[in-house]
Design a protein around this ligand. Structure first.
Ligand code: FES
Ligand code: MG
Length: 576
């Protein structure tokens, strides 16, 4: 694709460095203070490298060196790189949940790019919410941007068995709770499960969203599958640095890439990957920034049309390192064929279809052919009904087939603490047909919609060999979790959704084939209950948490802040 190129005078940074004013004197003298001179920046695109490295983010431990690799690429192509650190959202450590801070990272990214002399940027993320947060911010500024994914960590091992992030933690923790796994083994698993830099190597939110970013066209082709510890990863970083410079000259911005077709490509890829349910929330939020209409039903439609091909845990068997060796996302997307919009443009300047030419699958057990898929349909369903008027989702690929149509009596927990205090009580009136309900765990309730949706199976049922039950909540669930868990119920209970009115013993009906979730309580009774309901007090009385509670949208709208939706652009800075 040949595009008209900008002139040096058309660069945003020209306003800072290219003019002869007193302020520009300040910019140039202060650049000299940092050890740069005109040779470094004159007439060159300034590339902001938005780096979410932090000492407390294990998934981004390699990002200090990778930022240097990106800079090398920017220099090679005649740009001027400047690293701009941004808040790191570290999934394992940040409480109550990184989801509380995704919008904060998005705001920080947006304002960094808008307020500094940035002509284009490389967004460095990968750990769960960093990917959507960075892309949301860059989309709202709409300066040329490439996303550089952290890459998955290498496989975990324990006593000859392969260990996957999250999935195996849940699995062995259940064994430990049941008393069948000892302390020593638990310690060995701690040693073996995370052994290299990189994000979770199962099909969690990280692998899901980095694949989605590539399918959107925002990452160099094939990039999202490259393991963090492989030499191919710094090579990807250098190539990204080289390419962003040309992307600036070509003036290709996120809004040109992020069309409805691009989002449909991303959703199709999420389905084919057996991706995390979190993708629904993040993609809706990202689409909101790009001003693309993306109702929940698009996910359901594409889930019916697209088969699951990636045999990756927790839905499948393998891990991201195997996926890379088997041909990676390019192999998988090539196999999707006409299910993708192949003329969508991508940041390397070629179309998605052009990028997939010559892509191969080297192991058809890891990346299945469409005639032998993992499942005929993608793994996600969008449900509505009297218990979720604005929708909810279930990861069907991680659920038990015999529970997909189920009626049971509700057992209601008002909060995570309430659940934790009572779930294992011997006198809890529960059996395997009960429907476990957790409320107060949504965007407002959590707050931040924590990943509490995979409620534990009560110990007394675990002992009887029960391994799955229908669970319903306004929470999210980690992509590495599994079970028949209905998530993202909207409106959430704290916002006054019907979930707030459910009582122990009510009959709840899940009908996944019919795409329904219903509460069988008559309307008059529900009205009586509503009259006696009071909205809980917000958790935060000040600060960011208060801002969050005032502006967060519900799950079906992507949990963005209402005032951040859309694009503000990067207006010419007023330089006085
Ligand atoms: Fe960072 Fe899972 S903890 S991606
Ligand atoms: Mg996660």
């Amino acid at each position: 694709m040949s595009r008209p190129r900008l002139t040096a005078e058309q660069l945003r940074s020209h306003r800072w460095f290219g003019v002869d004013t007193m302020r520009s004197f300040g910019h140039k003298s202060r650049a000299k203070q940092m050890g740069f001179d005109a040779e470094d920046y004159s007439g060159k695109p300034v590339i902001g490298i938005v780096n979410t490295w932090s000492d407390i983010n294990p998934c981004h431990t390699h990002f200090r060196e990778r930022a240097e690799d990106v800079k090398r690429g920017v220099h090679q192509a005649g740009g001027f790189p400047l690293e701009l650190p941004a808040m790191s959202l570290s999934e394992p450590f940040q409480k109550p949940t990184t989801m509380l801070y995704r919008n904060m990272l998005a705001m920080e990214t947006e304002e960094l790019l808008r307020s500094y002399p940035v002509d284009g940027c490389v967004l460095m993320g990968g750990c769960d919410k960093t990917t959507p947060g960075l892309i949301m911010g860059a989309t709202s500024v709409d300066v040329p941007s490439i996303f550089l994914p952290a890459g998955p960590m290498l496989k975990g091992r324990w006593k000859g068995a392969t260990l996957g992030s999250g999935s195996d933690t849940w699995k062995y923790w259940a064994q430990r709770r049941a008393g069948t796994l000892g302390e020593q083994e638990w310690g060995e698993i701690e040693d073996g499960i995370a052994r290299s830099p990189g994000h979770c190597m199962t099909m969690g939110t990280a692998s899901t969203m980095t694949a989605a970013a590539e399918a959107l066209g925002l990452t160099l082709t094939g990039g999202s599958s490259v393991p963090a510890a492989f030499s191919h990863h710094p090579q990807l970083a250098v190539a990204t640095g080289r390419r962003i410079v040309d992307l600036v000259w070509e003036d290709v911005t996120p809004r040109q890439v992020l069309t409805r077709e691009a989002f449909e490509n991303a959703i199709a890829v999420v389905m084919a990957m057996g991706g995390s349910t979190n993708a629904v929330i993040h993609l809706v939020a990202m689409a909101g920034r790009a001003e693309v209409d993306l109702p929940l039903e698009v996910f359901d439609d594409l889930s019916r049309a697209v088969p699951a091909l990636a045999n990756i845990r927790p839905s499948g068997e393998y891990l991201m390192e195997d996926f890379y060796d088997a041909g990676g996302l390019r192999g998988l997307m090539a196999e999707l064929g006409e299910l993708l919009h192949r003329d969508a443009i991508t940041v390397n300047g070629r179309t998605l279809g052009e990028n997939l030419e010559g892509a191969e699958i080297h192991d058809t057990d890891v990346i299945r052919r469409r005639d032998a898929p993992l499942t005929e349909q993608g793994g996600l369903a969008v449900l509505r009904g009297s218990l979720a008027p604005d929708g909810c989702v279930i990861k069907t690929s991680a659920a038990s087939p015999d529970l997909l149509q189920h009626r049971g009596r509700a057992i209601v927990f008002d909060s995570y603490d309430d659940m934790e205090a009572r779930i294992d009580a011997e006198d809890l009136d529960v059996d395997e047909n009960s429907v476990l309900i957790l409320r107060g765990a949504g965007p407002l309730g959590g707050p931040g919609m924590p990943e509490w949706g995979m409620l534990p199976i009560p110990k007394k049922l675990l002992r009887r060999g029960v391994s799955d039950m229908v669970r319903v909540s306004d929470a999210r669930m980690s992509g590495t979790s599994y079970g028949t868990c209905v998530l993202h119920v909207a409106p959430e209970s704290v916002a006054g959704g019907p979930l707030a009115l459910v009582r122990d013993g009510d009959v709840v009906e899940l009908d996944v084939p019919g795409r329904r979730l219903d509460l069988h309580v008559d309307a008059e009774e529900l009205e009586r209950r509503r009259a006696g309901w009071t909205r809980p007090e917000p958790v935060f009385s000040r600060g960011y948490g208060k801002l969050f509670a005032q502006h967060i949208t519900q799950a079906d709208k992507g949990c963005d802040f209402d005032f951040l939706e859309g694009t503000g652009g990067a207006p010419e800075p007023a330089i006085h």
